[in-house]
Design a protein around this ligand. Structure first.
Ligand SMILES: [Zn+2]
Length: 159
């Protein structure tokens, strides 16, 4: 998930407030509060959504910035039912799942996972101190890799 920040409101504050109200579907008064009081947090969303909101605000003269927002990620949503039904343990062997979440999972956690894993598949992970973002069973019987897109990948067309 990504966070969109308002860096500079530009020449027309009113147009920016109107745009925020329209795209977030909130009352004007609430949009005004966001623009005036919390410009560092206009909205949070996935890459496509943030690209859209960014373009809308740029079109009314605002300067905005995008930050990666790891604390807003919902990695439990990455886990399909055939991998785990409780989103915590592997459906096949019952081992706890390991979540590799950029910006949240530390190098130490990744190395510890690789070193305690019974699967030879993760041996390189310990020395590389890196694993592709995703969800892994430590026994190596299942995994899912996740591709995290950046808003820059999108032109900002309406999602
Ligand atoms: Zn397993």
């Amino acid at each position: 998930m990504f966070l969109l920040r308002l860096v500079d409101v530009g020449a027309s504050r009113l147009r920016v407030i109107n745009t925020v109200a329209r795209i977030l579907q909130i009352p004007l008064a609430q949009a005004k509060t966001i623009v005036d009081l919390t410009p560092d947090r206009i909205t949070v969303g996935d890459a496509k959504r943030i690209a859209f909101v960014r373009r809308q605000l740029q079109q009314v003269g605002a300067t905005v910035a995008v930050d990666y927002c790891p604390e807003e990620m919902h990695p439990e949503n990455w886990v399909p039912a055939n991998l785990s039904t409780d989103k915590v343990t592997c459906a096949r062997c019952g081992e706890p799942l390991f979540f590799a979440i950029p910006g949240r999972t530390t190098e130490q956690e990744t190395v510890a996972f690789a070193q305690t894993s019974k699967s030879p598949a993760f041996r390189q992970v310990a020395s590389a101190k890196w694993i592709h973002p995703g969800v892994y069973c430590s026994n190596g019987c299942c995994f899912i890799m996740v591709n995290l897109e950046h808003p820059d990948k999108y032109s900002g067309e309406e999602p």
